[in-house]
Write a protein that binds this ligand. Structure first.
Ligand SMILES: O=C(O)[C@@H](CO)OP(=O)(O)O
Length: 257
C-alpha cells in the first residue's frame, strides 16, 4: 500500500478578506500559520510520516508545507516546489471580492467559474492582473508580461498542466513506497482529487477542499484509491470547513463577520 497526503495551505491574507487569489502571491494570516502547524500535529498523531513532499511556488503553500513538516517532526525531508501545483490562474477575477463578483454576475456564472471543469474566468489584462512575482519555473522567460504565462485557467487547463508533474515526479516516489505529502491549493487539489477518484464534471461541481485539513489516500499498486474520496484525518472539522468554502461569496470576509 502507498500513502498520499493532500493538504491545502492554511488561511491566506486574501482568504480572510474574501478575495479571489489565483496566482497572486499572498502570505498566510497568523491563523493560517497556526492551522498549518495543527495539520502537522495531526500527521504526527496519526503516525503519518512523509518521506517526500511537493508544493507549489506560491508563498502560502511553501510556508504551510514548511510549518506542517516542522510540526510533524519531518523538516529534514526533501520539499520540491513546482509551478504546476500552483492555484488555478483566476484571470480578471484575481483581487476581486467574491461577494461583489457573485452580485455582479449571478449565482450560476459564479458557480461555473469557481467549480465547473471547463469554464475559465475572463482573462487578466495588463500588468495589474499579472502575478507580482512570476513563478520561477513557469513556462517562458519569467517576466510578468510573458505571453507564455496563462492569463486565466479553467480546471481543465489546471489538470493539463498538473498531471505531467503527478506522473513524472509524484507517482514514481509513491510507487517506490515513499509516503508523500502534497501541499497545494483549492483548485490544483480539486484537479488531483478528480484524477485519483475519476470524478465526472457534475461531481466536481460539489467538491470543495478546506484549508489545512490533511486528506489521506491509501493507494493500490496502480495508484488507485482504496477508498474513493480518501479520508480526512479530522472528518468532522473538514466537512464543516468545506461547507464554508462552498459558501464563499455568500458571506463577507472573516475579519468583518
Ligand atoms: O481565490 C482562489 O484562488 C481560490 C482559493 O481561495 O478560490 P476558490 O476556492 O473560490 O476557487
Amino acid at each position: 500500500m502507498r500513502t498520499l497526503i493532500l493538504l491545502r495551505h492554511g488561511e491566506s491574507a486574501w482568504n480572510a478578506r474574501n478575495l479571489f487569489t489565483g496566482w497572486a502571491d499572498v502570505g498566510l494570516t497568523p491563523r493560517g500559520e497556526e492551522q498549518a502547524r495543527d495539520s502537522g500535529r495531526l500527521l504526527r498523531a496519526a503516525g503519518l510520516l512523509p518521506a517526500a513532499a511537493h508544493t507549489s511556488v506560491l508563498t502560502r503553500a511553501v510556508r504551510s508545507a514548511t510549518l506542517a513538516l516542522e510540526a510533524a517532526g519531518r523538516s529534514g525531508i526533501p520539499l520540491t516546489r513546482d509551478w504546476r501545483l500552483n492555484e488555478r490562474h483566476y484571470g480578471a477575477l484575481q483581487g476581486r471580492d467574491k461577494s461583489d463578483v457573485l452580485r455582479e454576475y449571478g449565482e450560476e456564472r459564479f458557480r461555473l467559474w469557481r467549480r465547473s471543469y471547463d469554464a475559465a474566468p475572463p482573462p487578466a489584462t495588463g500588468a495589474a492582473h499579472a502575478p507580482a512575482t512570476p513563478p520561477a519555473s513557469a513556462p517562458g522567460s519569467g517576466s510578468a508580461d510573458d505571453p507564455a504565462l496563462p492569463r486565466t485557467e479553467s480546471l481543465a487547463d489546471v489538470t493539463a498542466r498538473l498531471l505531467p508533474y503527478w506522473h513524472d515526479h509524484i507517482a514514481p516516489g509513491l510507487r517506490a513506497g515513499r509516503t508523500t505529502l502534497v501541499v497545494a491549493h483549492s483548485n490544483s487539489l480539486r484537479a488531483l482529487v478528480a484524477h485519483l477518484d475519476g470524478l465526472d464534471p457534475k461531481e466536481l461541481l460539489d467538491l470543495n477542499i478546506p484549508t489545512a485539513m490533511p486528506l489521506r489516500y491509501d493507494l493500490d499498486e496502480q495508484l488507485r484509491p482504496l477508498v474513493r474520496g480518501g479520508r480526512y484525518l479530522d472528518p468532522g472539522a473538514a466537512a464543516a470547513a468545506a461547507a464554508e468554502v462552498a459558501d464563499e461569496g455568500h458571506r463577507s470576509s472573516r475579519s468583518t463577520r
